[in-house]
Structures are given as C-alpha cells and as structure tokens.
Design a protein around this ligand. Structure first.
Ligand code: ASP
Length: 343
C-alpha cells in the first residue's frame, strides 16, 4: 500500500531487544533486521519500518555523550527520509538520553520517541510489545494537514507519552517505570490515544538544528544532612569542573556553614557555574524563600526551578559546549529552552 508513514527504528540496546536463545535458553539481544519474526503484529500496522542498530547493542548504563551524539546524528542524517523516529533504549538511563536529545535535536517538526521495556520482548508477559507498537503508532500520527502530531523528543512507557526532558525513571520493577511530576503527559494511550495538544512543544523555526559538542566537565552534588564541604573540595576545582548541578533540599535549601559557603563563593568567582535543583520529585526551587537559600541568590547560584536532574545535567553539558561566555551559559540556564522547565 502506498502513502504509509515511514519510520526509522534505532535500536541502541536494553532489555526490550532481548529474546531467549533457542539453544541455551539465555537472554540475548536479537537482530532487529529480523524484527518481524519476533513481533509479527508489526506487519498489521499501516507503517513502513526500517531499522538500524548499535553494533553491538549496549546496556543503557554504558550511555554517554558520544552515544547520544551517534543517535542524534542518525536522526539528522535520515531526517528528510522518514516521518518519525523510534529509539529503542534501556530504561535505566532513558531519561538522560531523552533530555540530551532534546538539546541536540532542536526545531524538530517530526517525532523522536524513545521507548523500552521492563521485560524482554521475547518473554510472554513482556511490556515491550505494547510499548513498541504504541510508540510506533504515535510516531506515525499526523494531523489533518499532514503534520506530525508530536514535534519533540518524548518517552513512551506503559500508556503515557512524556516530554523527554521532563521525565525520570521511578521504578526498577513496575511496568509504569516513568513519571513526569512537573509537566503533564503529552498523550495517554487507552482505548484511543488522547493527545494533550496544548502541551505539545511547538518549534519556532522550521529547520532541524543538530548540536552534539556537549562538554561533560560537569558534576552532580547531592546535599545531605551531615555533608562535609571538605570531602567535596576537589569537586569545586574549576580546571576540572566547569558546572555543578547541586541537588538541594525542598525549595532549594542547603546548610549555611561558612566552609561550604566559602567553597561556593570561590568557585563562582573563579568562573564556575552552579545550578540549584531540588531533591524532591515534584515542585520547584524558589531561591530566597528561606534564609537557607537567599545566600545562593546573592552570590549568583542559578535556580533550576522545576528541572529534573537528568534535564539539568544535559542542559549544563549542552550550554557549556555551545556558549562561549559564562554569562551566556548562566542566562540560558535560567530560562526554558526546550520546554524543560516551568518559567
Ligand atoms: N539495564 C537495562 C538498560 O537500561 C534495563 C532496561 O533495559 O530496562 O539497558
């Protein structure tokens, strides 16, 4: 049949692509070129599918900016040939990759949907088939003008489609493994797939921009009661670390001891950038609400508002790679670039 939407599936690895080896019974990655043998249901979808695979496929714990760039480059190279892209990925670091891709691939007018599963596709109770089939359906969906319904990087998992830079993995065991507490689902799949059109990202320019030169000289510091600034002194070395994501308590609070404060002041004076996000699953940093955070405001720590850790890390790496001045990085950290935070 003609006029079928054409999708490219990029298999990076993870549980979803595993089947039982008929000889040994062990779980092994299957060759996605033989996808229809393992998931015959795909034949019945009104889409034309082509696949490319990482060689070898990787567990998503091995993901890094080089692999993110490989995925983004694959999308960019094939952008004009396909109507949408489905990235099969291990769930463990999927939210980091979806966050990174949202900054690597800007001005998308086609969907880039990441999905995976908690159980291998080759097992009877797998969640992988539903995840894959619905992700494909979403990636192929168009409005009456022939434009893709989704024009951004998103994660589809267990009936929900989330903005890629707004979700986190929340369960190692439940099929409902992701949540997006500060931004509503872009779509929910029940008997029908219901799209939340008002919340779907609307690109302002037409042409896809690819940017892959992330700078990974970043660090993540989770504050805890009893935290000793001295133990973390090396983290505040500007020669090694250009930007720090600081996960603080509640609305952005941290201990007020002089040792810690001095470390922060010196680091910022030497050119370092600190982004303050909350350890809470939902809600936002509000620097200055309490005395324990007003100091951050005064010395130039940037509020990351309601950004996830995954989005904050990806955004920092992106801006350190793309901007030439500290001021530009700080200015862009404070505003939403790809729908990653509520302003
Ligand atoms: N460890 C696997 C991965 O993230 C788990 C999964 O695929 O869900 O690659």
């Amino acid at each position: 049949m003609t006029n079928k939407p054409k999708l490219l599936i990029i298999y990076t690895g993870g549980t979803i692509g595993m089947v039982n080896d008929p000889k040994t019974g062990q779980l092994i990655s299957f060759d996605f070129n033989h996808m229809y043998n393992h998931i015959p249901e795909l034949e019945r979808l009104h889409v034309s599918l082509e696949t490319i695979s990482f060689n070898p496929p990787i567990d998503s714990s091995e993901m890094n900016p080089v692999f993110w760039a490989e995925i983004a480059q694959n999308v960019s190279d094939n952008y004009s040939k396909y109507d949408g892209f489905v990235i099969l990925h291990g769930s463990d670091t999927m939210a980091y990759t979806s966050s990174a891709l949202s900054f690597m691939l800007q001005n998308l007018s086609k969907p880039v949907i990441l999905t995976g599963s908690q159980l291998p596709i080759g097992t009877i109770r797998t969640d992988g088939k539903e995840n894959l089939i619905t992700a494909i359906e979403i990636a192929a969906s168009k409005d009456k003008n022939g434009e893709s319904l989704i024009k951004e990087v998103a994660v589809y998992f267990e009936c929900s489609l989330f903005r890629g830079n707004r979700c986190s993995k929340i369960s190692a065991t439940h099929f409902e493994a992701f949540s997006s507490p500060n931004y509503p689902a872009l779509a929910v799949a029940g008997v029908e797939i219901k799209y939340n059109s008002e919340r779907i990202f609307k690109p302002t320019y037409k042409d896809l921009t690819l940017f892959t030169a992330f700078n990974n000289q970043v660090a993540l510091l989770k504050i805890f009661p009893g935290f000793s600034a001295n133990v973390y002194r090396n983290l505040f070395d500007i020669n090694q670390v250009k930007g720090i994501i600081m996960e603080t308590f509640g609305a952005g609070n941290a201990p007020t001891n002089d040792e810690f404060r001095q470390l922060i002041v010196n680091y910022i004076e030497n050119g370092g950038i600190i982004l303050n996000i909350t350890q809470c699953n939902s809600g936002s940093v509000q620097q200055g609400k309490y005395e324990t955070s007003s100091f951050f405001d005064k010395i130039g720590v940037i509020s990351g508002k309601d950004m996830t850790t995954e989005a904050a890390l990806a955004k920092m790496m992106y801006l350190l790679g793309s901007e030439s001045s500290k001021e530009a990085v700080q200015q862009k950290l404070a505003i939403s670039l790809q729908g990653e935070m509520t302003e």
